[in-house]
Structure formats: structure tokens, C-alpha cells
Design a protein around this ligand. Structure first.
Ligand code: ARG
Length: 501
């Protein structure tokens, strides 16, 4: 330890907080030599430099064009930071008040869209601090005491991610409710279940819809898990190593609504795991929506005809008057690519970054903001579309009553008569082949088969095969009824666990 690292106390303020020697000029009209000062629109680091930032540097490195989305979080973080400095005596109560009043003005200006950004505002943090310093004078110039933009931006992005992931969890929940309602509405309607996109075995439509519901339930749980892990305040980590000033990061963490503060300042300013995690969760959610979307695209074709698209959730063609297009479903499918791109792009940014903060980390924002905006819109649009879909029970059931769909049931019938399953599989397989090759009626072949006969042929009757999917978690009426009960229970439990927005 160097001798200069003795801890300071609120009673003995360091040079940096000495009221007679402000580090940043309080009066915007009187810039210090070598820089214009933040309140006058200069760079935050003006003291060390003899030339102002080049235009190209600003154009390339600025983040204001996108990080102004963090304005609310930045104001909140600054408010709590100032209060924290006041609590430990690093700011006088008057200074804290002046800063808070200035932040109120900034917040109003931001909300009303009247905040005047300057060409020299590199990012939202600079803009807010500049304006606070303009409004609060010397008090504003003390705001950044014991703080770096590195812990500041890390705090802002966490607060932003927390707020939006909570909102996302609510939207996922809504779509789950819609799916459950549609499943309940669909009653005993059944359709063919598919493997390899070939008709396989019949299942209840409710079963099919709930399959998406369970996947979305996992997405919702993943969002909550991620929220729990990211609930750590980085504020107080400083640029990378903490500070010599007697700040209280535990207090600011609690005030900002975080579960706790960071343990390691290097990690605190360089950790973007939660951004990568959020991007993954959103990507997977997007993948789930893309599968649901693809299904609606297929089902809405004349070839399938399983579903009628609601007019308000479909689009027309500029040229072909007869067209009704499933654009929501298609874009849910298409946007997944972009969400995955945001994830993989950001992982590539993180890869090999040395500790601690590097400017590369500024690249966390655009993918995060974009993925959040896109997935929210997709969730709302899909929820609206799903709520208004009309399923064509007749078309679905006719497709499911095609006799080969009951082939497994015939094999299982033979199993109940004592035949080993492999043998039974071959017997029925041969009948299917004969029916296809020799263009014979499958039901007749079944009826005339010595091991099958008239009892077995009843399995080919309308809706019979689906009623025989009786095993737990299976696609027939019995298990689906209990599945709906347990899904509704989980949905209710998950609703109670949703954090307030
Ligand atoms: N705009 C920057 C970002 O998003 C803020 C942090 C800047 N820190 C720095 N040391 N230059 O990461």
C-alpha cells in the first residue's frame, strides 16, 4: 500500500471536494485554461488535454444517439449517488438539494423533449452532468465525486435491463394466458400431430397450443432467473478500483432497489454477463415465437386451411386483391434472425476483452435496446393475433381422421393381444404398404386381417385414435384435461411471482 492511500473521512474532505478549489469550473462563462469545462460544453477530461476532441473522434465514439434511452436511469442513479455523497458528508445538504433540483429539471426537460443536447455531449451521462452543472453551478461540479462513467454506465444499463426484463416477463405471461384461453376454448377439437412434417398421430388442438405455452413458461422463468442474477449494484466501483473517498455502495445499492452491491470493483465495471444472458433469453424467446409464427404461416395456407387469420392482424397485397397475408407470423419468424445476430455479435464483442472497462463495452447498448424493442412488439402482436385466430375444426379433424394416422393404435392393439411390439409394427406397416402400393382400402385390409379384424377397425373411426392417447402428459382428452389444470396452476403461481413493473 502506498502512503497516499490512507482512508479519508467525511470530517476531513480531500482536495477534490475542497469547496475553494472546484475541480470543474462552476461558471460556464469562465472556462479554465486548456478546456472549456463541462458546463461550457467541453469534454469531461478537458484538464489533461491541450486540444479539443476532433470531429471524427466525436462522430465515431459518441453514444448519445442511442444511449439517451438511459436518461431516466442516469438521472435516478445520479440522484442516489448525490444523496449517498451527502450522507457521508462529501456533499453539503445544500449541494445535494441543488443537484436534486437540477436533476428534476433535467427529468422534466427529457420527458417534455425540450432537453437541449449539445454537439459536444459524448453520451447521456455527459449531457445530464453538463446540464446539472449549468443549473446547479458548483454543486453540479461536485456530482461526479467518487464516481466514474464506468460504474455509472454499468449502473444505468443494469437498471434499464431490470426494468425492461420485468416488462418482458409480463408480456410473456400475457401470451401464455392467451394460449391457455385458446386451448380451453378449443375443447375436444383434434388435429394430426406431425413429426418430420408428416402426419404422425392425432392430438387435441389444446395439447398442441399448450406445447408452445410450456416453452414460453420456461422463457418467463429464465427471465426471472436472469433478473435475480443481475440484481447487483455496480455503483461505487469507480473507474475500476473503488475510491479513496468514504462512499457507501451498500446504501446506494439499496436506494436504487438492487438486492446487493458488487463484491469486486473490476468485475463490477466490466461485467456484461447479464446483457449477454438477456440477449440469449430474448433470442430463445424469439426462436419460440418464430416456431409459432411458422406454424401459423403454414396453417393459414389454402393447403392446410387449419386457421383463419383475423383481418385486424393480417395484411393485404398492393397488387393481388384476393391476398390476406400473415405478416405478424412471418416477421415473428424473421426477427428471430436479428435477435440471434444481436446475441452473437455481442458475444464476439465481449470475447477476449481484458479487465476492466474498455470502450468496446459501449457496444452493449444497441443490441440490448434493439432486442428488447423487437421482442416486446413481437409478443404484443402475436398475443393479439392469437387471441383472434379462428381454428377450422373440420379441416383439422378431417386431416387427423385419415386412417394411417391410427397406425400406431393398431400396432398397440396387437400389443394388447400379446404380440411383441416389433412384430406388430411390421404387421401394420405391411398393411399400409399394401394399401398404398395396391391402392386398396386400408380399413378393409384391417378388417380382413386375422390378427386385427372388426374390433381393430373401430380404431380407425373418427376421433377414436385421439381418445386413446391416455398416458400421462399425452395428447388425448384425459391427460390434456389434467395438463390444463397444472398449467393454469403454474400460470397463477408465476403471476404472483411477477415483479411489479
Ligand atoms: N458511453 C460510454 C459507454 O457506454 C460510457 C462510459 C465511458 N467511459 C470511459 N471510460 N470512456 O460505455
Amino acid at each position: 500500500m502506498s502512503p497516499s492511500s490512507t482512508p479519508s473521512s467525511p470530517a476531513k474532505p480531500t482536495k477534490r471536494v475542497n469547496p475553494t478549489k472546484p475541480a470543474i469550473p462552476a461558471n460556464p462563462a469562465k472556462p479554465t485554461k486548456g478546456g472549456t469545462g463541462i458546463a461550457g460544453g467541453g469534454a469531461l477530461w478537458h484538464g489533461r488535454f491541450s486540444a479539443p476532441p476532433a470531429q471524427e473522434l466525436m462522430e465515431f465514439t459518441e453514444s448519445l444517439t442511442f444511449d439517451r434511452a438511459l436518461a431516466l436511469e442516469d438521472i435516478r442513479g445520479s440522484r442516489v449517488h448525490a444523496a449517498g455523497l451527502g450522507r457521508v458528508g462529501l456533499l453539503s445538504p445544500e449541494d445535494v438539494e441543488a443537484i436534486h433540483e437540477a436533476l428534476d429539471v433535467v427529468q422534466t426537460e427529457m420527458a417534455q423533449g425540450t432537453f437541449a443536447f449539445h454537439g459536444s455531449d459524448e453520451d447521456v451521462h455527459t449531457a445530464v452532468e453538463r446540464r446539472v452543472t449549468q443549473l446547479a453551478g458548483e454543486a453540479g461540479a461536485r456530482l461526479h465525486t467518487g464516481r466514474s462513467r464506468n460504474d455509472q454506465v454499468a449502473t444505468d444499463v443494469r437498471l434499464y435491463a431490470k426494468r425492461h426484463l420485468i416488462e418482458l416477463a409480463h408480456r410473456v405471461h400475457k401470451l401464455r394466458e392467451t394460449l391457455l384461453a385458446k386451448a380451453v376454448d378449443s375443447g375436444q377439437v383434434y388435429l394430426p400431430g406431425y413429426t418430420h412434417m408428416q402426419r404422425a398421430q392425432p392430438v387435441l388442438l389444446a395439447h398442441h397450443l399448450m406445447a408452445h405455452g410450456w416453452a414460453l413458461g420456461r422463457d418467463q422463468h429464465r427471465l426471472l432467473d436472469c433478473l435475480r442474477r443481475m440484481d447487483v449494484s455496480p455503483l461505487g466501483a469507480g473507474a475500476l478500483a473503488g475510491t479513496s473517498l468514504p462512499i457507501d455502495p451498500d446504501w446506494v445499492a439499496a436506494e436504487l432497489g438492487f438486492a446487493r452491491r458488487f463484491d469486486n470493483s473490476l468485475d463490477a465495471v466490466s461485467d456484461r454477463d447479464y446483457v449477454a444472458e438477456a440477449l440469449f433469453i430474448i433470442s430463445l424467446l424469439g426462436v419460440h415465437l418464430s416456431r409459432m409464427g411458422e406454424e401459423i404461416v403454414l396453417w393459414a395456407t389454402e393447403e392446410f386451411g387449419f386457421v383463419k387469420l383475423p383481418d385486424a392482424y393480417s395484411t393485404g397485397s398492393s397488387m393481388m386483391p384476393q391476398k390476406k397475408n400473415p405478416d405478424i407470423a412471418e416477421l415473428s419468424r424473421g426477427k428471430a434472425g436479428r435477435l440471434i445476430g444481436n446475441l452473437t455479435g455481442f458475444l464476439a464483442t465481449l470475447k477476449s476483452l481484458p479487465l476492466a472497462y474498455n470502450r468496446d463495452l459501449q457496444e452493449d447498448k444497441e443490441p440490448l435496446f434493439d432486442s428488447i424493442v423487437q421482442i416486446k412488439r413481437a409478443l404484443s402482436a402475436m398475443t393479439g393475433m392469437y387471441a383472434n385466430l379462428q381454428f377450422d375444426a373440420q379441416r383439422m379433424q378431417a386431416a387427423a381422421d385419415q386412417p394411417f394416422v391410427a397406425a400406431t393404435d393398431l400396432a398397440e392393439y396387437l400389443v394388447t393381444k400379446g404380440m411383441p411390439f416389433r412384430e406388430a409394427h411390421a404387421v401394420v406397416g405391411e398393411l399400409v404398404r399394401s394399401a398404398l402400393d395396391r391402392r386398396l382400402d386400408f380399413a378393409e385390409l384391417v378388417e380382413n386381417h386375422p390378427a386385427l379384424g372388426p374390433t381393430a377397425v373401430k380404431l380407425l373411426g373418427e376421433g377414436v385414435a385421439v381418445s386413446r392417447r391416455t398416458s400421462p402428459g399425452g395428447g388425448g382428452p384425459g391427460p390434456v384435461a389434467s395438463q390444463i389444470v397444472s398449467y393454469a396452476e403454474q400460470l397463477e403461481a408465476d403471476r404472483k411471482r411477477l415483479p411489479v413493473v
